[in-house]
Design a protein around this ligand. Structure first.
Ligand code: PLP
Length: 394
C-alpha cells in the first residue's frame, strides 16, 4: 500500500487543482472565452523583454560549464550580487555565504524547514495561509500551529501570536504581500512581532526563527512597500522567488537569504546547502541562476496587475461584495455572500466563474480570485459577476 499519510493528504489538498480541472472541463464545453478561470496563481504576462533577451544571449553564448553541477548553494558570483543588493536595502551585512540558490520559493521553504526542524517542532502560520505550508512543515517532521489574523484586515494579531507560541515553537512563517489576501504587513506591526518572538524566545530559552516567504515582494501597488524583514528580525531567513516577478514559475528559481545576525549563521548556511543537496534538488537550475544573475533589476510591469486589480476589485465592491483592497500580490479574497462557501462556489460555476473557496486556506466564509489572468477575461467576466451577485442576493 502507498503511504497512508500521503493518501490522506491527497483527499484534502486538491481544492485549487480541482477547480482548475473544473475550469478545463468547462472551457472544453463552452469555449475558452466564455469561462472565467480565477483559480490559479500562474502569471499571465510574459517575462520582461530584457530577461528574454538575456536568456537568448545565454543560449547563443553559453558560459563554460553552463550545464554542469556547481556548489550546492549555487554560483558564487550570482549569490554575491544578490547578497550585495539585500545588504544595501536592509543594512544587514551579507555575503555570498548567506545566500543559497533554490528551486523557487517552494524549494527554498523545504530547504529551510529541513535545516531547522527536529521531530515534533511547531511552526506557526497565520490564517488564511498558503496551502502548502502544512505539507512542507510535515515533510520534515514538524507540526503547524495556525494563528488567525484579525477579522476584516487580515493582519496578524500579536496577542494571538503570543498565545500560539509554545516551548516547541521553532519558527514562524510570514507571507507578505500575502497569498490569498493581497495584504502587505506594515513594518511597525512586524517590529511588534519581533518583540514577541524575542520575549518568548527568552522565556523558553530557544531561538524562534522568522521565515519570510516573499514571492510577491516586487508586486506592490500605490507606493506601498514590502517591509524589510532582514532589518526588522534578528533571526530572519528570507525566501524569494523569481516565479512571479519575472513570470518564470515553471523554471523553478529563487533563493534563501539567512541573516548574519543569526547565532552560528555559518553552520546554518552550511546546513541550507546540505539540505538543498540531500532533498534531491542538488542545486538550483544552472541556466536560470545565470539568467537571474543578469536580470536582478528586471521585473514584470506591475501596472499590468494594477489595472486588473482596479477593474475587478472596483466592480465587486460596487456590486456589494466585501473585500480588502490588496496592496500587493495578485489575489482578491472577498467574503462569500452565502454562509456556505461551497454552495457559493457551485453558484459561481453556473455563471462560468471559477473561484477557490477559502476553506483550503484555513479561512471558510471567503473565496479567492487570482487576477493574474488576461484583461479581456476580466472584462468579459464583469457581467457574470453582476448576475452572480444578483443571484446571491447582494
Ligand atoms: N509561497 C506562496 C505564498 C505562493 O503563493 C507560492 C506560489 O504560488 C509559492 C510560495 C511557491 O512559489 P514558487 O513557484 O517560487 O515555488
Amino acid at each position: 500500500m502507498f503511504s497512508r499519510k500521503v493518501v490522506e493528504n491527497l483527499k484534502n489538498s486538491s481544492a485549487i487543482r480541482a477547480m482548475f480541472e473544473e475550469g478545463a472541463r468547462l472551457k472544453k464545453e463552452f469555449g475558452e472565452a466564455n469561462v472565467f478561470d480565477f483559480s490559479l496563481g500562474n502569471p499571465d504576462p510574459p517575462p520582461p523583454e530584457g530577461t528574454i533577451a538575456a536568456l537568448e544571449d545565454l543560449v547563443a553564448n553559453p558560459p563554460p560549464g553552463i550545464h554542469g553541477y556547481m556548489n550546492n548553494a549555487g554560483y558564487a558570483d550570482v549569490r554575491a550580487k544578490i547578497a550585495e543588493r539585500l545588504a544595501g536595502k536592509s543594512g544587514v551585512p551579507l555575503t555570498q555565504e548567506n545566500i543559497v540558490m533554490t528551486c523557487g520559493a517552494g524549494g527554498g521553504l523545504n530547504v529551510v524547514l529541513k535545516a531547522l526542524l527536529d521531530p515534533g517542532d511547531e511552526v506557526i502560520i497565520f490564517s488564511p495561509f498558503f496551502v502548502e505550508y502544512k505539507f512542507y512543515t510535515e515533510n520534515h517532521g514538524g507540526r503547524i500551529v495556525v494563528v488567525p489574523t484579525e477579522e476584516g484586515s487580515f493582519l496578524p494579531d500579536l496577542d494571538a501570536l503570543e498565545r500560539g507560541i509554545s516551548p516547541r515553537t521553532k519558527a514562524v512563517i510570514l507571507n507578505t504581500p500575502n497569498n490569498p489576501t493581497g495584504v502587505v504587513y506594515p513594518a511597525e506591526l512586524l517590529a511588534g512581532m519581533e518583540d514577541v518572538l524575542q520575549k518568548k524566545g527568552r522565556e523558553y530559552g530557544r531561538v524562534i526563527y522568522l521565515v519570510s516567504d516573499e514571492p510577491y515582494r516586487d508586486i506592490v501597488y500605490d507606493g506601498v512597500e514590502a517591509p524589510e524583514v532582514l532589518r526588522i528580525f534578528q533571526n530572519a531567513l528570507v525566501g524569494y522567488s523569481f516565479s512571479k516577478s519575472l513570470s518564470l514559475p515553471g523554471e523553478r528559481i529563487g533563493y534563501v537569504a539567512a541573516s548574519s545576525r543569526i547565532e552560528d549563521c555559518a553552520t546554518l548556511c552550511e546546513a541550507l546547502a546540505f539540505t538543498n543537496r540531500t532533498l534531491g534538488f542538488v542545486n538550483a537550475p544552472s541556466l536560470f541562476q545565470r539568467l537571474v544573475g543578469r536580470s536582478l533589476d528586471a521585473k514584470v510591469d506591475v501596472g499590468i496587475y494594477r489595472e486588473r486589480r482596479d477593474l475587478l476589485y472596483g466592480h465587486l465592491v460596487k456590486l456589494g461584495f466585501s473585500c480588502v483592497k490588496p496592496g500587493g500580490a495578485f489575489y482578491l479574497f472577498p467574503k462569500s455572500p452565502l454562509p456556505d462557501t461551497a454552495a457559493f462556489k457551485q453558484m459561481a460555476l453556473k455563471h462560468k466563474i471559477i473561484l477557490v473557496p477559502g476553506n483550503g486556506f484555513g479561512c471558510p466564509g471567503y473565496f479567492r480570485l487570482a487576477y493574474c489572468v488576461g484583461i479581456e477575461t476580466i472584462k468579459n467576466s464583469l457581467q457574470a459577476f453582476t448576475a452572480l451577485a444578483k443571484e446571491a442576493g447582494l
